[in-house]
Write a protein that binds this ligand. Structure first.
Ligand SMILES: Nc1ncnc2c1ncn2[C@@H]1O[C@H](COP(=O)(O)OP(=O)(O)OP(=O)(O)O)[C@@H](O)[C@H]1O
Length: 314
């Protein structure tokens, strides 16, 4: 388990990370979200031992990153925001070098590099200098470097940043496959990525945690969650609006030009699992002709905006 307890860091008197605590278990992919400058990279750099915290601890599999750095780092893989150094080396040379730094030698060193290249689909560029690679392939090299020693814990800072949609898909598949056995902390700005990869997400703003929940539960915080968008083919029959008002707050939306259709927004007063069938029933009995009915599942981007633009949590 990665256990982060009250980690704090300030720069020039301004708190970048303010008493953050959370844990990540093996088999878990935890999304780490926040706007630019929220403190994600600073937190990750403290967990991986690249930046000393002002206070607080990060413990990896029982080993404190500051007091037992060798044991802790042996269990950690870190994919940082920055591209691999030594751009003149070929992919293989670079990974062999990194494996050596990790303490591998001889056949074990070769094997570690080969397995990592294989897992990151680098076969076609093994002998190519890193500076000649596309951004997507450079990212895969960074990925390979972070898993050379098959760490049980992976910290990944924006692993799909700048990749094209196909590359993003491939990297996500790699992360998903590894997430079955490892504990993975992954920072990203891409909310779709969180929905696709992370059963749990932490949102930080101004260095503090403002949410820690599943994407599904986070979406429920959207004020529109559970609301119904209803399109009728014609003007509502007499009495329909009043009947709909008994089960929710009804708002008529501006109709599209050149059409008779009417769009209604119905907000339930409390959560109603059978809301859509209630609305269908009322419309049927009133003789209204439905062309579209949609129940909002809430949007993570709305909740993200709500949580990260509010004033700093008390
Ligand atoms: N070495 C540093 N010296 C001074 N200030 C720093 C340093 N590193 C980070 N900061 C500041 O700390 C705050 C948090 O930065 P951090 O890079 O952790 O944010 P982030 O959430 O990773 O942002 P992004 O999504 O843009 O990468 C920012 O205000 C940043 O300017």
């Amino acid at each position: 388990m990665i256990e982060v307890t009250e980690l704090s860091k300030g720069f020039s008197g301004k708190k970048a990370v303010d008493s953050i605590s959370f844990s990540v278990d093996k088999g878990e992919i935890l999304g780490f979200l926040g706007p630019n400058g929220a403190g994600k990279s600073t937190t990750m750099r403290m967990i991986t031992g690249y930046l000393p915290p002002d206070s607080g601890t990060a413990v990896i599999d029982g080993f404190d990153i500051l007091r037992q750095p060798i044991e802790a780092r042996a269990r950690l893989g870190y994919l940082s925001e920055t591209a691999p150094v030594y751009p003149e080396m070929t992919v293989r040379e670079f990974l062999l070098f990194c494996a050596e730094v990790r303490g591998f030698s001889g056949k074990n060193r070769d094997r570690a590099a080969d397995v990592a290249m294989d897992r990151c689909f680098l076969a076609s560029v093994v002998h190519q200098p890193i500076h000649t690679l596309s951004k997507g392939y450079r990212q895969r090299v960074s990925f390979a470097q972070s898993i050379l020693h098959d760490p049980a814990y992976l910290i990944m800072d924006e692993p799909t940043d700048g990749l094209d949609p196909n590359q993003k898909h491939e990297v996500r598949q790699m992360i998903q496959a590894m997430g079955e056995a490892k504990a993975i902390l992954i920072s990203t700005h891409i909310l779709d990525e969180v929905e696709a990869l992370c059963p749990r997400a932490i949102i930080i703003a101004e260095g503090r945690i403002v949410a820690d929940d599943s994407p599904e539960n986070l979406r429920r915080q959207d004020p529109d969650y559970g609301a119904c968008s209803l399109t009728l083919k014609n003007q509502p029959p007499a009495g329909l609006m009043e009947k709909l008002q008994t089960i929710g707050d009804v708002r008529k939306e501006t109709p599209a030009k050149d059409t008779d259709s009417v769009r209604l927004h119905i907000q339930p007063r409390q959560h109603q699992p059978d809301f859509s069938s209630q609305i269908e029933g009322i419309c049927r009995r009133s003789g209204a002709d439905i062309s579209e009915l949609f129940i909002s599942q809430g949007r993570l981007d709305t909740v993200f905006r709500m949580l990260t633009t509010q004033k700093k949590a008390a």
